[in-house]
Design a protein around this ligand. Structure first.
Ligand code: CU
Length: 253
């Protein structure tokens, strides 16, 4: 793929795929030695625990195979040769949180509030392709569970619009599952910003022909934005600038 890369760091996204790391077991054994007694809260956001993740050219190494529910800081160190990103994914591959544009040799913190369940970290060296995954468990009480959708809105992405997308009847309090198929020639994504311009969810960048989804909650009334901010190689403009952006009002329930 390509030159389609993100130029702006965002917080939350979603993506579909399959590959699984078989090294998870090995890493888990190593992780036990580090154990939870050694974890500390050191994020700027208040986290209950902190755990290191190391991204290399061919692996995404998590030092624990099980973590306690609640706010968890993933301290991501990029040891790959290329710029990388880290995702925390649910078991259906929805993205809970992500950090992008992590340069070689640097460490960034990703904090996620996780309820009991199965998750995986995904490192993506080069910020393209499937990357590498390692599964982990979250156990115990607390944390934020995935919201259940009230309904689903299907959409398509083309170069450079979302034809027939209808978000006009969303009301405050609704949780919507967005299911997108990319019918364009370039990779596309679908990101939603709340009335304060904060990203609240995203169908992650996907290649032509691919599909993916995200569950997004519209808790407040106000003006929301949807957009794709991947870069068009020909013009060096974002897809949003080329037409893949819209605003819509979410009225009170
Ligand atoms: Cu796009």
């Amino acid at each position: 793929m390509s030159a389609a890369r993100k130029s702006i760091a965002r917080k939350s996204i979603a993506r579909k795929s399959i590959a699984r790391m078989t090294t998870a077991r090995t890493i888990a054994v190593i992780g036990v030695v580090v154990a939870l007694g050694g974890v500390t809260a050191c994020s700027t956001e208040e986290a209950d625990v902190s755990v290191p993740v190391t991204g290399t050219d061919d692996a995404c190494e998590l030092s624990e195979s099980a973590l306690p529910a609640g706010r968890i800081s993933f301290e991501f160190t990029n040891e790959a040769d290329d710029v990388s990103e880290l995702y925390v994914l649910r078991d259906n591959d929805d993205i809970v949180s992500e950090v992008e544009n992590v340069t070689t040799g640097t460490t960034r913190t990703l904090t996620a509030d996780l309820a009991e369940g199965e998750y995986r970290v995904r490192c993506r060296p080069g910020q393209t392709g499937e990357g590498f995954r390692t599964e982990f468990q979250v156990t115990g009480a607390g944390g934020e569970a995935a919201r259940t959708e009230d309904r689903t809105i299907s959409l398509e992405a083309v170069d450079f619009t979302y034809p027939e997308l209808d978000v006009s009847d969303i009301t405050a309090g609704e949780t919507i599952r967005f299911e997108m198929t990319n019918r364009g020639e370039q990779a596309h994504e679908f990101e939603v910003l709340d009335p304060t311009d904060e990203p609240i969810g995203e169908v992650a960048s996907m290649d032509p022909g691919a599909s993916g989804g995200a569950t997004i909650s519209f808790d407040e009334a106000g003006d929301y934005v949807y957009q794709c901010i991947l870069i068009d190689p020909a013009t060096q403009k974002t897809h949003a600038e080329l037409g893949m952006k819209g605003t819509f009002e979410v009225p009170p329930a």
